[in-house]
Design a protein around this ligand. Structure first.
Ligand code: SF4
Ligand code: SF4
Length: 376
């Protein structure tokens, strides 16, 4: 049986967050069950892009600090790593660590930030979608990997949590290849479950103090959820976190896939009652398509084409676009180009992955629903 610790946490006050992180460890069996003195413990934060922590797109530095302190108290060494969106090089990492407030934490605690951009190919013959993955070396060199996601909505996977956070173990632009080769979100999410099974993080600690709703994982709105979740099972944690904010397994394919594979059959809750933390009015990502595409009389290829054609597409607010071209560089299908410093979409090439929106520094991209479906 998987235990998921859920504890109320009102804000990013370091002494409070540290107390709650320690309590979370106790709730799931004690820190000594997972971490031994001398271990090298990798915190795989969610540092999707250079964003001020107030935007709630990235793991909050106070949460990273509290978790680092708790791990160091167990006698282990901490290293922080992620492969953000875009190119994976030292300059990019430095800019992301600094912009997300993580560099200050590392300096204060004397912990290591990863700048090793090498990776190794790891075979995973049991994978349902993918049989091997390129994995960044710090993940492979750690004794213990802790996934440290943020609770967010996501324009492609609907929900972003502990399993989705593992996508940052894939180096840089390799991520675009996965989007390109698996444009359907069910297949993409099945790949994410393969990846999580391949890396097998020892623990997951979720920063759900302030998360994101709407057009996540970077273009949405910060939303206070007031909780810290922890578990040895990323699948159980995601199931509980999604339930807390009113997202069903049918909406979140990573959760549906993990249930289909029986990766989360029984769980127990420890800590504060979930009832007091339930969110009933989450603004969900506008990515659904009408259920008549699922009807049996529509052949699968037609249904797939309809879904692709009618899926939301990116829409650009040229009034706030700064013409940086990050959206063009992040697009896995070359569906975008810059004309007079403005991004232009070739709609027929777009697979609605919203990598462009994820990496837009100006929040100038929103989802636009097909007119046949109706307004968002
Ligand atoms: S235009 Fe945006 S949503 Fe469409 S394929 Fe490119 S990155 Fe994905
Ligand atoms: S990433 Fe955003 S700001 Fe940069 S060109 Fe694209 S839409 Fe404009």
């Amino acid at each position: 049986m998987d235990t998921v610790s859920v504890l109320r946490c009102e804000d990013y006050n370091l002494p409070d967050v540290l107390r709650i992180v320690r309590q979370s460890f106790d709730n799931i069996g004690g820190v000594g069950k997972f971490i031994k003195p001398g271990d090298k413990v990798l915190l795989k934060l969610n540092l999707i892009m250079k964003k001020n922590p107030a935007n709630a797109a990235t793991t909050h530095p106070v949460f990273a600090e509290a978790l680092s302190l708790a791990v160091m108290e167990a006698g282990a060494a901490v290293i922080i790593a992620d492969s953000p969106g875009g190119p994976y090089n030292e300059a990019m990492l430095r800019s992301v660590y600094t912009g997300c407030g993580i560099a200050d934490v590392a300096q204060r605690l004397g912990i290591a930030l990863n700048y090793d951009t090498a990776y190794s190919r790891v075979d995973f013959p049991d994978g349902r979608q993918v049989k091997s993955f390129p994995i960044i070396n710090p993940v492979l060199n750690a004794d213990v990997v802790i996934s440290v996601p943020k609770l967010k909505t996501h324009m492609m996977t609907f929900y972003s949590g502990a399993v989705k956070n593992m996508f940052g173990c894939i180096p840089g632009l390799y991520k675009a290849e996965y989007h390109f080769s698996m444009p359907e979100r069910e297949r993409f999410c099945a790949m994410l479950v393969d990846l999580c099974q391949c890396v097998r993080p020892t623990l997951s600690f979720m920063d759900a103090i302030v998360g994101m709703e709407g057009q996540g994982p970077t273009g949405g709105t910060p939303r206070k959820f007031g909780a810290v979740l922890a578990s040895a099972s990323p699948y159980a944690l995601d199931l509980v976190a999604a339930r807390m904010v009113g997202i069903t397994p049918q909406e979140a394919p990573t959760i549906a896939e993990s249930q289909m594979r029986s990766l989360c059959t029984e769980l127990s809750l420890a800590g504060d009652p979930l009832d007091g933390l339930l969110v009933s009015d989450l603004i969900k990502p506008p990515i659904g398509t009408p259920d008549f595409f699922d009807r049996r009389f529509i052949p699968k290829p037609v249904s797939a084409w309809l879904r692709r054609s009618l899926a939301p597409k990116p829409d650009f607010n040229y009034g706030i676009c700064v013409g940086c071209g990050d959206c063009v560089r992040s697009c896995p299908t070359n569906a975008l180009h810059l004309k007079y410093k403005r991004p232009v979409l070739a709609s027929e090439k777009c697979i609605s992955c919203f990598c462009c929106q994820e990496l837009c520094p100006a929040k100038a991209i929103q989802a636009r629903r097909n007119r046949l479906i109706g307004r968002m």
